[in-house]
Ligand binder design. Structure first.
Ligand SMILES: [Zn+2]
Length: 432
């Protein structure tokens, strides 16, 4: 819990602002704050953008940074990834799991992502992954809000892991997960949704299911998830992750489904980097992109978040856990290049996942946690365009990561120019 005075920043709405954090909380945000005592730590943001920290609402910390172990996913499909993970699982060791997740958490902090919802596989013979991730959550608790989801990767019925799932929740895992489309039949998938939502209702927990992660237009388990959400009164507590089959659904059916999702106040988590990589693999041309109908869902007032899902694991060979890369990919794939649409893509890695994860005191208003990122950008759209340096990452008033501004020096004849690719390169910047 620290004090910090951040001078000369700019907010998302373009307003210049100073931000004062006292005792880890935002005490004041205004165009000019005077009378700060000499012993308060200070930084000059030099006119760069202040954003609430990024949030990754869908990740797998137990699998991360294991790319190539024991072999590489040759087909690039979701199903080969799942079977590859099944080969790797029995060989996992506690210290290695912790070491890889630790590394990822450090990358996350450096990129200004200060909250992660991570699914943890509970369908193996033991709960080693859960024990390891609980240790990681504890280790990083003052720096990173880690929310763990009990995730039956191999299917609740298909692998018979209901006891393990309940044990994981008893051990302190926060959220109930599921994977209905991976059960043997759609009927068993629906039954798994019912059982898992009832567990969440009884324990007072949130729900986040991998749902309809396929190109099958008739994979409609989201329908049953909305039904159980409404039946049990779990409004605003349930999220459907992936929902990629919606990309391939008939438009008429989608027009029936969307109001049901509104009624259930369903949270939606798309994973653009992964969805466009894993889906459409059975297509020739045209190839489907596989991302859920983000634009329509946002226009319908649903809370839509973007997750990174994977970094260098059996499903995805790339990534550095940069949520701006995730949002940038989403806006391209979803044709969301309008000004407001791009801002909504920024919200899908900030305020919307905060709502879905029920994070308290999130934002840049007085009374919120003193958590923020100063980006080397002048607007959120510029941040999406450049994926710029995270100049300062601040948690409860404490600077926990710094990065030097990026700048190239260009010499053209006698003239020398600094190039940052931002609007500050333009002679008119600050005059309009
Ligand atoms: Zn996932």
């Amino acid at each position: 819990m620290s004090d910090l005075f951040i001078k000369n920043t700019v907010l998302e709405n373009g307003q210049n602002a100073d931000i004062l954090i006292i005792n880890g909380k935002i005490a004041e945000v205004s165009s000019s704050i005077e009378g700060i005592s000499d012993d308060t730590p200070k930084i000059d943001a030099d006119g760069w953008l202040a954003s609430p920290p990024f949030i990754d609402s869908h990740f797998h910390l137990d699998a991360t940074l294991s790319y190539g172990m024991p072999r590489i996913n040759q087909s690039g499909t979701l199903l080969e990834g799942i079977s590859l993970w099944g080969e790797l699982k029995p060989t996992l060791k506690m210290d290695e799991l912790i070491e890889r997740a630790d590394n990822l958490c450090r990358w996350s902090i450096a990129k200004g992502t200060l909250a992660i919802r991570s699914h943890v596989d509970v369908s193996g013979k033991d709960l080693l992954g859960v024990e390891a991730m609980l240790q990681v959550r504890e280790k990083f608790k003052d720096f990173l809000d880690i929310q763990l989801v009990a995730f039956p990767q191999d299917g609740l019925f298909r692998s018979g892991c209901l006891d393990n799932l309940n044990k994981a929740l008893d051990m302190g895992v926060d959220v109930v997960g599921g994977i209905p489309h991976f059960e043997r039949t759609a009927a068993q998938g629906n039954e798994s949704i019912k059982i898992l939502c009832e567990i969440a209702e009884k324990r007072g927990l949130l729900v986040d299911m991998h749902c309809d992660e396929s190109d099958d237009p008739f994979s409609r388990q989201i329908e049953h998830l909305t039904l159980e959400t409404a039946r049990l009164g779990l409004f605003e507590r349930v999220a459907g992750s992936h929902l990629t089959s919606m990309h391939s659904m008939d438009n008429y059916y989608f027009s029936k489904l969307l109001p049901m999702m509104q009624e259930a106040k369903m949270g939606i988590i798309a994973n653009p980097l992964i969805n466009i990589t894993l889906q459409g693999r059975h297509d020739t041309y045209p190839k489907r992109r596989g991302m859920t109908r983000v634009k329509e869902q946002i226009n319908a007032g649903l809370r839509v978040a973007f997750g990174h899902d994977c970094v260098m694991d059996p499903w995805y060979p790339l990534g550095s856990h940069d949520m701006l890369e995730v949002a940038s990919m989403a806006l391209h794939v979803a044709h969301m290049t309008g000004q407001n649409e791009m801002k909504e893509c920024f919200h899908a890695i900030t305020q919307y996942p905060a709502q879905i994860m029920h994070l308290e005191n999130y934002g840049l208003k007085k009374g919120c946690n003193g958590d923020l990122v100063i980006l080397q950008a002048t607007t959120p759209v510029e941040a999406l365009r450049l994926k710029p340096a995270r100049l300062f990452v601040i948690k409860k008033g404490q600077i926990i990561s710094t990065e030097m501004p990026k700048s190239s020096k260009i010499t053209i004849g006698e003239e020398t120019y600094n190039v940052s690719f931002t609007q500050k390169d333009f002679s008119w910047y600050g005059t309009r």
